[in-house]
Design a protein around this ligand. Sequence first.
Ligand code: 6PG
Length: 236
Amino acid sequence: MRPATRVFRDLPALVEGAVQDLMARIAAVHATRGSCRIALAGGDTPRQMYQRLAQPDLASRIDWERIEVFWSDERCVPPTDPRSNYRMACDALLSHVPVPATGVHRIDGEAVPEEAARAYEQELGREPLDLVLLGMGADGHVASLFPGRPEATERTRKVVPAQGPKPPPQRISLTLRAINEARAVCFWVANADKADRVADVFDEIESGARMLPAAQVQPASGELLWLLDATAAGRL
Ligand code: 6PG
């Protein structure tokens, strides 16, 4: 069955719609639980959402004291490296809002990858994430789980070292187990270069032959929502 999908006329509309959806999800979690545990995605599309959320008209409406920020993946570089997903999120959002330092759970990109992955799995703990935000690569990867890679089929661990074809190759990533245990997963996908792969992913979801990592995002009991602009949804 096709996952829940919202298509927006263009990228600005997608950014606005994605951030409004995110704020509603945060408010719902705050109304029913303590803090809201969110895993941020890397990538240029998510960055634009973070920048919008950081603007005072929206940021002022969030209780940042009750937000816990995690990452769905990280590149194995220092936090000051321009390729770091942590740095991107700080530049776009976290340095502009009063989220407590204790609520920012950075993946240690400088450590030995295996050690960093095990440490992060401990930091993630047993509680499922309330929300995992994901982009999707034109090859169908999510987080740093790339097609054909062994870590993309890991079902026991929740955080693993990973390898990507895009530099820097060494990554740390949530596994599909961790992603699919989340209470909600939202994809934010834009641009025409994703259209073919989005169609492939949706075909795989509907056929049940889930090969691409993005097609294997199927929360066990949580919600799944795809938010796309019209160009990325162009072949649906
Ligand atoms: C990363 C991200 C990656 C990203 C997708 C989509 O570390 O690069 O985790 O999974 O979300 O590649 O990125 P774009 O939105 O820039 O296409």
